[in-house]
Write a protein that binds this ligand. Sequence first.
Ligand code: S3P
Length: 186
Amino acid sequence: MSELLKGVNVFLIGMMGVGKTTVGSLLATELGYRFLDTDILIEQVAGKTINQIFAESGEENFRQLESQVLSEVSAYKRLTIATGGGVVKQHLNWSYLHHGLIVWLDAPVEVLIKRLKNDTTRPLLQQPNPAQELQRLLDERRSLYAEADLHIRVKADDAPQEILSQIISKIPTVLKSASIDSATRN
Ligand code: S3P
């Protein structure tokens, strides 16, 4: 598989709580790639948690850091990268994502709501009705996520290993796409 990919990075996109970090790290091991998580890198660059960045400098500042980190990681090869759920919102970010293979992990909003019920680490959900906000964000972003090269449907009871197997089996179907061919020429 990694020979087929020729070192092209794999970006995981999708809503918070869908499992990008867990699945991304398994995928990296499977491919013999390094694993990176843009949220963790942002926290390292800023020296603050994501909650602190949102509270002290606002979402706009967070989005700038997110783009900066994405541009830096996309210069490397052989990476599997878990991105933050809002990465798809900025047009500029797509120029970085399209350097690699983009995989959308897509779970029903009910699954996300259940998983994130007691979460305190996502600033966008620290409000009276997080379930409604998750639905709103998904409605707003669905057509952007759908720009991914691969669409992986995640069911409530899917184990990370099953999601990994789905990704691995589908990668060859998109490797001939123009974006991947052009990425390997860069
Ligand atoms: C966000 C998702 C989070 C993080 C930030 C904003 C979003 O990442 O980047 O809280 O806008 O959906 P995860 O998708 O890894 O939770």
